[in-house]
Design a protein around this ligand. Structure first.
Ligand code: ZN
Length: 311
C-alpha cells in the first residue's frame, strides 16, 4: 500500500531554546499529536537517523559543524541574537538533517515516495558557514545536496512557502544550476532578502509578498510565477520547505493565510511531483509559531500529500 512516511525523532525535543523563545519544543509535539489524531495508522512513522559528517559537509563548512557539534555548551548559549545552542542541540540538529536524507533515500530506494519530516531546529536560514534565524543546519539543503551526489540527480527543486525568505538555501545553491529554489515570503520581513531580482544563475525564483497579502495574492503568486517555474524545471525530486508561519494566527508575520491555502498549494506541488518526479516529494517542517495554526496547517498539508486509495 502506498502511504506517506513521517520522519521525526524525540531528540528534536531536546533542542532547548529557553522559556520565551518562539521556536520551542511544543511546536513539534503539537504537529506530531495532530497528525496521530487525524490520521492514525494511515501514516508510517520512522525515527530519523543522524546525518553523517560527509552529508553535512555537502552543504556546510567545517567551521559550522564544529560550532554546532563540538562546542558542547553546558547551558544555553547564543549563536546569534535568535539562535540558541543548548546541550541537546547537536543531537537534535543531526536528527533534523538526517530525516530529510532518510526520506530521500527511501523515495529512491523502493520506500515511500512521499514524506513529511517533523523536525526542529528548522533549517532554511542556515547558510554554508553560519547558523542563524533559529536554524543550525540547513536540513533541506543537506537533503538536496545528498540527492544530487548520492542519487546522481540532474534536477532537484526546492519549493519554500515559509513566510520568511529561505536565504540560507538560496545562498547555498545560487551557483548550482542542478537545484531550483522557488519560494514566496513576506517582504519586508526578516531576513530582508529574497527580492524578485535575485535570480542566481537563473535557478532562483522569489515571490516577495507585502504584509496583509492574504489567500488570493498568495495563490496568484504561486499559480502565475512559482508553480510554472517548478513545472518548467521538471524536477526529478521535489523538496519542500514547509513553514506555516504565514497563517493569520502566527505571531511573527502578517501574511494572513489560511490552512486551506496550504492544502491547495500542497496539492499543486504533489501534482508537479507526479508529473516529473515519479511522485517523489519530501517536505520538511520549517517555521510556524502558533500551536493551533501549526496543528491545523500540518494536518491540511499531510492530507493533501496522502495518496488517494489505489494510487
Ligand atoms: Zn519562517
Amino acid at each position: 500500500m502506498t502511504t506517506l512516511a513521517i520522519y521525526t525523532h524525540p531528540a528534536c525535543l531536546d533542542h532547548d531554546t529557553g522559556p520565551a523563545h518562539a521556536e520551542r519544543p511544543e511546536r513539534l509535539s503539537a504537529v506530531s499529536g495532530a497528525l496521530r489524531d487525524a490520521f492514525g495508522d494511515a501514516l508510517r512513522w520512522h525515527q530519523a537517523p543522524r546525518a553523517d559528517r560527509g552529508a553535512l559537509l555537502r552543504a556546510h563548512a567545517p567551521s559550522l559543524l564544529e560550532a554546532v557539534l563540538e562546542t558542547r555548551p553546558p547551558r544555553r548559549t547564543l549563536l546569534d541574537p535568535d539562535t540558541v545552542l543548548s546541550p541537546g542541540s547537536a543531537e537534535a540538529a543531526l536528527r533534523a538533517a538526517g530525516a530529510g536524507i532518510a526520506a530521500v533515500d527511501a523515495a529512491f530506494g523502493g520506500g515511500d515516495t512521499r514524506a513529511f519530516c517533523v523536525v526542529r531546529p528548522p533549517g532554511h536560514h542556515a547558510s554554508a558557514g553560519d547558523a542563524m534565524g533559529f536554524c543550525l543546519f540547513n536540513n533541506v539543503a543537506v537533503a538536496a545536496a545528498h540527492a544530487l551526489d548520492r542519487h546522481g540527480l540532474a534536477r532537484v527543486a526546492i519549493a519554500d512557502f515559509d513566510v520568511h525568505h529561505g536565504n540560507g538555501t538560496q545562498a547555498i545553491f545560487e551557483q548550482e544550476p542542478r537545484v531550483l529554489y522557488a519560494g514566496s515570503h513576506q517582504s519586508p520581513l526578516y531576513p530582508g532578502s529574497g527580492m524578485a531580482d535575485e535570480r542566481g544563475v537563473g535557478n532562483i525564483v522569489n515571490a516577495p509578498l507585502p504584509p496583509g497579502t492574504g489567500s488570493a495574492g498568495f495563490r496568484a503568486a504561486w499559480r502565475e510565477c512559482l508553480l510554472p517555474a517548478l513545472d518548467a524545471f521538471a524536477p526529478q525530486l521535489l523538496l519542500v520547505s514547509a513553514g506555516f508561519d504565514g497563517h493569520w494566527r502566527d505571531p511573527l508575520a502578517q501574511l494572513q493565510l489560511q490552512a486551506g491555502d496550504y492544502a491547495w498549494l500542497t496539492g499543486e506541488l504533489v501534482a508537479i511531483a507526479q508529473r516529473h518526479a515519479h511522485g517523489r516529494i519530501v517536505s520538511l517542517l520549517e517555521g510556524g509559531y502558533d500551536l493551533d495554526a501549526l496543528r491545523e496547517c500540518s494536518v491540511a498539508h499531510v492530507r493533501a500529500m496522502l495518496p488517494a486509495p489505489g494510487q
